[in-house]
Design a protein around this ligand. Structure first.
Ligand code: AMP
Length: 284
């Protein structure tokens, strides 16, 4: 695997591949890799000739400096995992390489409503940082395909819109959520859960699954209330939000129409760690 640390190096690598007619799949990550990330690498390898992964803990998307500081960075381990997956290249830039001028958001985008609710309401400036870094990484790497996880569903919708707004010729692919055996969605933050918090965290995916089982039998209003209460009543757990929304507009709904896709999304804090998860309730 090529380890490329500068913009020049990665651009030369990708350009050469594209001139040979190869498709280039790109998997941006913040490292501390787990099976969820590896599933993205595998999907990219299955769909594209060349796969480039990036590891960059983007400072501009953290609203909490302590969270940024504590974000795990096991780089050697990550490199070994990517090598085992036969990833072709790792882009491992410094902050200065990604943001040579300043960390200011620079260009901001009009996402309409989709960056307002849920994560947008609870993490000020988070999506401006996400859009800034993904736009910058796409500008640098210029992949033919971009692989992102449903785990960060709202982020996925925002990047979809970003690609549309910036008219980039990149195909965005959504990858399913990879879970631990007990159902907890894999996350780089899971390693920071103490045993008590880890045991409690399983209620997030359990609740989402139960809400899905109740969908169509109970009203959306009832399910939303039930889901919120179910999580909130776990000792030491606090719910940032539990929403059931239109999966396309992310607007709150009380009832679903025939053609609507519906998703339940949750963010909770447990043992000082913030976890998110979601489940599609209705797909067309
Ligand atoms: P992160 O390193 O957390 O920024 O995540 C990098 C990419 O991996 C994003 O597109 C995430 O949505 C995706 N991802 C994170 N966790 C999972 C998971 N459990 N299953 C599938 N994809 C994931």
């Amino acid at each position: 695997m090529e380890i490329l640390k500068t913009v020049k190096e990665v651009q030369k690598f990708v350009q050469t591949q594209k001139e040979l007619g190869k498709t280039v799949g790109f998997v941006p990550t913040m490292g501390a890799l787990h099976e969820g990330h590896l599933s993205l690498i595998r999907q990219s390898r299955a769909a594209c000739t060349i796969t480039v992964c990036s590891i960059f803990v983007n400072p501009t998307q953290f609203d909490d400096p302590a969270d940024l500081e504590k974000y795990p960075r096991p780089v050697e381990r990550d490199i070994n995992m990517l090598e085992s997956e036969d990833c072709d290249a790792l882009f491992l830039p410094s902050v200065e390489e990604v943001y040579p001028e300043s960390l200011d958001a620079g260009e901001t985008y009009d996402f309409g409503f989709i960056d307002k609710p849920m994560e947008g309401a609870h993490r000020t400036g988070h999506f401006d940082g996400v859009a800034q870094v993904v736009n910058r990484l796409l500008e640098i790497v210029q992949p033919t395909h971009l692989f992102m996880g449903q785990k960060d569903y709202q982020q996925f919708k925002i990047i979809d819109r970003l690609i549309e707004l910036t008219k980039r010729p990149t195909q965005l692919v959504m990858c399913a959520i990879v879970r631990e055996e007990d159902g907890l969605a894999m996350s780089s933050r899971n390693v920071r859960l103490n045993p008590d918090a880890r045991a409690k965290a399983v209620t997030i995916s359990q609740t989402l699954r139960q809400v899905k089982a109740g969908f169509g039998h109970k009203s959306i209003v009832e399910l939303k209330k039930w889901g919120f209460e179910q999580l909130e009543r776990v000792d030491g757990m606090s719910v940032d939000y539990f929403e059931i929304v239109d999966a396309d507009t992310l607007k709150n709904i009380d009832e679903a129409t025939e053609s609507q896709q519906v998703i339940a999304c949750a963010a909770v804090r447990v043992g000082g760690i913030r976890l998110i998860d979601n489940i599609l309730l209705k797909v067309n």
